[in-house]
Ligand binder design. Structure first.
Ligand code: ADP
Length: 632
């Protein structure tokens, strides 16, 4: 037999399993049965499209055999089996290495907990075993192989004799210790109850033999004689959890099913189980995860729900069942109305499927609305993780779905940095106020530092603080909400001034037209205007923009791929606080020293850029000017 070492992460996990003090060691059985069931599904799946497999749905089984004197539990399946190579890769490395990454990133999390939460899979057998043997024969192959391991030191693979295809996992139980009674797993009834507890929904029969005594039929008249017979029982009800009534399923069962089927280590934030009858009949079991899957924001992430027809899996990821903005939802749909042999291509055009998708979407939406209304904290937790998806949904396809989604959005408000919906914002506005104010920036802290923020706040305005790049586009797409327009407090046309104040600042600008023109000239093309403003409180300057493209939109648009050669430019306006001493200085320089005025104009423009979080065009020149000032 060839000796091999475990890949490094497997070794770590193995170590964790062997030395586990986890109290729910019993989950090992669930993991081994789950693997067997997956292997059966794989082969069954193949049989649907490949008639040469020659197996029917009822041909598949899982069998548990207990050998008390030998202290072993065997879990036998007639599934797809493994080739030598598969045996090596599948049992020599951890398939879902996400588990360990998680552990390492979260050292604070008790490892005891992780074992329970994770589908730690095959290795969990080592919590109760001092040796595990796997005999397997891949379907269609003539060769069988055996894998054997006593733990961290490695494993051996060799050839073996095995008549039938499929896999047998032989678990050699550890000796009992003072604290731990491993022998209990050698009892049929313990195993039966573990199957009921953890694997009841498995679709394939889980069989086990029981010895019972039975009345002898050929006993002599008037005599009762008993004999011991072997009776094979199916341990699981085989009713999938989604086919049960809601009141028959506990929260724990829903959650366990989710973690097992959809590879999560955490309970979902919401379970949505429904049964729909009408134009289309189906049952669905949907889950909203608590956290984004590790590959959620990569191209590899594939949205979709499992699709079953009459309890039989048709496809593992049916993307047509979920709109992109709900791509985070996991779960399954089981319908009586779909043909079993439906192909992927046909699915796309299937009108029943479209109807199901519409209904599923409505259900998710109404469930989110309910959560927003009744479980605010939970909803905010959800929104922090997946809110961006809803925003993208609002904005994409030219706002086709904005009506549908806009009331699910939350924005951070300048009032205590609390989340508000647009409806909540508008409800607080007085009738004659027709604007929703917002500001954009990388973080709420940076937004609060904006000169414009101060002045808007000082006028008692509530401001939505937008920190995600899609935010401004979302508002542009929504356009108006309940008749209120969105106004960026950094936009030129943002003003809360009275007519008097406006007239006053207009006059200041008119009176200083020459000074402002001189400054604009000195700065050059970079700005489209220089103006005095009365909307700044403490800051001497700020950067504003005029026209349709704001500063943040400029940043976002230019960051989009494909726009490298075609950069858009916001029209920048340098605004100077008319009440700040710097204004006085500028006026006097205009009369006394135009060259210095030019320098100062450039410095002020650079300052405004820096405050707005932009880089400056000529940092060397800026630095020189500032040094000149310092050394004067
Ligand atoms: P997971 O099941 O989460 O992928 P495991 O560590 O439990 O991780 O199993 C690793 C892999 O070993 C499985 O993905 C599967 O490919 C293979 N495997 C385990 N048990 C069986 C089995 N009974 N039949 C066929 N393949 C199996």
């Amino acid at each position: 037999m060839k000796k091999r070492k475990f890949k490094s992460e497997s070794k770590k996990l193995m170590d964790m399993m062997i030395n586990s003090i986890y109290t729910h060691k019993e989950i090992f059985l669930r993991e081994i049965i789950s693997n067997a069931s997956d292997a059966l599904d794989k082969l069954y799946f193949r049989s649907l499209t490949d008639s040469s497999v020659g197996l029917n749905a009822d041909d598949f089984f899982i069998r548990i055999e207990i050998d008390k004197p030998g202290r072993t539990i065997k879990v036998i399946d007639n599934g797809c089996g493994m080739t030598e190579e598969e045996l090596d890769t599948n049992l020599g490395t951890i398939a879902k290495s996400g588990s360990l990454d998680f552990k390492e990133d979260n050292e604070a999390v008790d490892n005891v907990d992780i074992i329970g939460q994770f589908g730690v899979g095959f290795y969990s057998a080592f919590m109760v075993c001092d040796k595990v043997t796997v005999e397997t024969k891949a379907f269609g192959s003539d060769e069988a192989f055996v894998w054997e391991s006593e733990g961290v030191d490695g494993y051996r693979i060799g050839e073996c004799n095995k008549d039938n295809f499929g896999t047998t996992v032989i678990m050699h139980l550890k000796e009992d210790t003072e604290d731990e009674n491993y022998s209990k797993y050698l009892d049929n009834y313990t195993i039966q109850s573990l199957v009921k507890k953890y694997s009841d929904y498995i679709r394939h029969p889980i069989l086990m033999d029981f010895e019972t005594s039975k009345k002898k039929e050929d006993a002599a008249e008037g005599e009762e004689e008993y004999e011991t017979v072997i009776e094979t029982r199916t341990l699981n009800s085989r009713i999938p959890i989604w086919k049960k009534n809601k009141n028959e399923v506990t929260e724990e069962e829903y959650n366990n099913f989710y973690k097992d089927k959809f590879f999560d280590f955490e309970d979902p934030i919401k379970v949505i189980h429904s049964s729909v009858e009408g134009n289309v009949t189906f049952k669905s079991l949907l889950y909203i995860p608590k956290h984004a899957p590790f590959n959620y924001y990569t191209k590899e992430y594939e949205k979709g729900l499992q699709l079953y027809s009459k309890g039989v899996l048709i496809t593992d990821k049916c993307g047509e069942l979920l709109p992109d903005y709900f791509s985070f939802v996991k779960g399954l749909v089981d319908s009586e109305d779909l043909s079993l042999n439906i192909s992927r291509e046909m699915l796309q055009h299937d009108s029943q499927l479209k109807l199901i998708a519409k209904t599923v979407e409505k259900r998710i939406k109404s469930e989110l609305e309910k959560m927003l209304k009744n479980e605010r904290e939970k909803y905010e937790e959800f929104f922090k993780v997946f809110g961006i998806q809803l925003k993208m949904g609002c904005y994409s396809m030219y706002g086709l779905n904005k009506e549908n989604l806009q009331d699910l959005l939350l924005f951070m408000s300048s009032e205590d940095r609390k989340y508000v919906t647009l409806a909540e914002y508008v409800d607080k506005l007085s009738e004659d106020n027709d604007k929703i104010y917002f500001a954009t920036g990388e973080t709420p802290e940076k937004i609060e530092m904006l000169p414009q923020f101060d002045s808007a706040k000082s006028k008692g305005v509530e401001i939505l603080m937008l920190t995600e790049y899609v935010d401004e586009f979302v508002l542009k797409t929504i356009g108006e909400y309940k008749g209120k327009k969105f106004v960026n407090i950094c936009d030129e046309d943002f003003d809360l001034d009275t007519d008097e104040q406006k007239a006053e600042i207009d006059k200041i600008n008119a009176d200083n037209a020459d000074l402002l023109a001189e400054m604009k000239n000195a700065i050059g093309e970079a700005v489209s205007a220089v103006k005095f403003t009365n909307r700044l409180v403490n800051h001497p300057v700020c950067l504003g923009s005029e026209g349709a493209i704001s500063l943040d939109m400029e940043k976002t648009l230019n960051a989009m791929p494909g726009n490298e050669d075609n950069k858009v430019k916001a029209k920048l306006v340098l605004e100077i606080n008319a009440d700040h001493p710097v204004s006085e200085k500028l006026r006097s320089l205009f009369d006394s020293d135009k060259e210095l005025l030019g320098k100062y104009s450039k410095i002020l423009f650079s300052e405004a850029c820096l405050i707005a979080g932009r880089s400056i065009d000529d940092p060397v020149e800026h630095s020189r000017f500032v040094c000149d000032l310092l050394t004067k």
